[in-house]
Design a protein around this ligand. Structure first.
Ligand code: C2O
Ligand code: CU
Ligand code: CU
Length: 477
């Protein structure tokens, strides 16, 4: 049932590659292991919610300087990071459907660093989408206007400045943007302090605590950060929690399970709630993806400690992600209703396109999409506004089994099938990022509506995008 395959992630052509076993779908068989000493000494922080600097009846305005900051990512060490407001894991923006958000942003770096902030999963006009060429120079200020005319979802914002995005994100330019709406409120899912965003990613540190950025360096990014802390613990009450997992790694997938093998329930994906809850013992998440997971800790006596483990990890550091410590009983009036959201439905497609990811060019090390490297002066696809299309996305790697995924700006899409088979339960809701492993073909369907203009689509293994695996579409009237 479980296909275990080996992939090459990072430095594929230069020889520094790391082969990683990956299982898709469900978690691998349980392993027995005693928890080591050492990990779980720091508490996982929850990123603070940013307060608006002003609010009107229709709009919340935020001010954010993007600059260097100093954080304690590792115990006893200080690390210079890049941060929205200077913090590693940017502050969370909480937004509500149909209520406007304005973010007034300043590039507070000195020197030559460009930034371009993209709201990943946002349905926005092109001038507010953070196109890779639409950059802010040091000292510049601009406003991003987010109209939030879309359903509740765990969105996130991150840097997208062309050729600089992978380093900017690696050094910390990423944060949550949580969009809620009345339909979701009505369901009474776990909320407030029981609704917790968790940003997972890897990093490479030097002995002095500084971050070491090298392009396509998967094999050396072995320290996992959970909301900006390594192997933290998180105290929970014996009740249901909603965790919004975001994989903000440049390249790393995680296959997560509770170490005791007990159940989790996936309730949402990239673009909001699934049609119905999907009980599972594990899930795989690739860069850019979101998974909303309910864990019911009421099954555990107070005092229980449950490790969240990454089945793909080869060292304890990569495997033991965090620990949930059940510290108190609590009442729980939250629900996980049997029906969560309408299943994605779209008009029939009037066009089908092929998108080919890879193969990597062994001479130039370029990551190619449709045989080409990104050129911002080239339009790769022209789409008439309002058209519904099927995109047939194929991973063409063969010499080096390099995984890719595809993220399309502007739209949310429905996964039609994966290698001809219906998508797994976790991919039955709206998505904006889909993984395509070597040899796989995934078909997605979307309506390219709302706005005209130029948008990018790209592999969200961000180093690959920086190395050229990005293309441009223009939506025309
Ligand atoms: Cu999350 Cu084009 O990006
Ligand atoms: Cu995006
Ligand atoms: Cu890729």
């Amino acid at each position: 049932m479980i296909s275990r395959r080996r992939f090459v992630i990072g430095g594929a052509v230069t020889g520094a590659a790391l082969a990683l076993p990956v299982t898709q779908g469900s978690a691998a068989a349980a392993r027995t292991r005693t928890t080591t000493t050492g990990p779980f000494t720091v508490r996982m922080p929850v990123p603070p919610v940013l307060r608006p600097t002003s609010s009107t009846s229709t709009t919340d305005t935020y001010v954010m300087e993007v600059k260097e900051g100093v954080e304690q990512l590792l115990p006893g060490k200080t690390t210079t990071v890049f941060g929205y407001t200077g913090t590693f894991v940017g502050p969370t923006i909480k937004a509500r459907k149909d209520r406007k958000v304005i973010v007034r942003q300043t590039n507070g770096f000195t020197g030559h660093r460009h930034i371009a902030t993209h709201l990943h999963g946002g349905h926005l006009p092109p001038e507010h989408d953070g196109h890779p060429m639409d950059v802010l120079h040091p000292g510049d200020t601009r406003e991003y206007h987010y109209n939030n005319r879309q359903s509740a979802a765990t969105l996130w914002y991150h840097d997208h400045a062309h050729h600089e995005e992978s380093e900017n994100v690696f050094r910390g330019l990423a944060g949550f943007y949580l969009l809620c709406d009345p339909a979701e409120d009505y369901l009474r899912l776990p909320s407030g302090e029981f609704d917790v965003p968790i940003m997972l990613r890897d990093a490479r540190f030097a002995d002095d605590g500084s971050l070491v950025y090298v392009m396509d360096d998967f094999a050396n990014r072995k320290t996992i950060l959970v909301n900006g802390r390594n192997q933290p613990y998180f105290p929970v009450k014996a009740r249901k929690y909603r965790f919004r997992f975001l994989n903000a790694s440049n390249l790393r997938p995680f296959e997560l399970r509770l170490q005791d093998g007990s159940q989790m329930i996936q309730i949402g994906g990239d673009q909001g709630l699934l049609p119905k809850p999907a009980p599972m013992t594990g899930f795989t998440t690739w860069p850019g993806e979101r998974h909303e997971i309910v864990i019911d800790f009421s099954r555990y006596p107070v005092g229980t400690k449950v490790v969240l483990e990454n089945v793909l990890g080869e060292t304890d550091g990569e495997r033991l992600i965090m620990r949930f410590d059940v510290v108190a009983t609590a009442s729980d009036s939250s629900l996980v209703p049997a029906t969560l959201a309408p299943a994605p439905s779209l008009p029939p497609a009037t066009n089908t396109r092929d998108v080919v990811l890879g193969p990597v060019d062994p001479v130039t090390n370029s990551m190619l999409i449709d045989g080409k490297t990104f050129d911002h002066n080239r339009i790769d696809n022209t789409i008439k506004l309002g058209t519904t299309e099927i995109w047939r996305i194929r991973n063409a790697e063969s010499q080096f089994p390099i995984p890719h995924n595809l993220h399309i700006h502007l739209v949310k899409f429905k996964v039609l099938d994966r290698n001809g088979a219906p998508p797994p339960a976790g991919e039955t809701g709206w998505k904006d990022t889909v993984t395509v492993l070597p040899g796989e073909t995934v078909r997605v369907q979307a309506t390219f509506g709302g706005y005209t203009g130029r948008y990018v689509y790209h592999c969200h293994l961000i180093d690959h995008a920086s190395m050229g695996m990005m293309a441009q579409m223009e939506i025309v009237p």
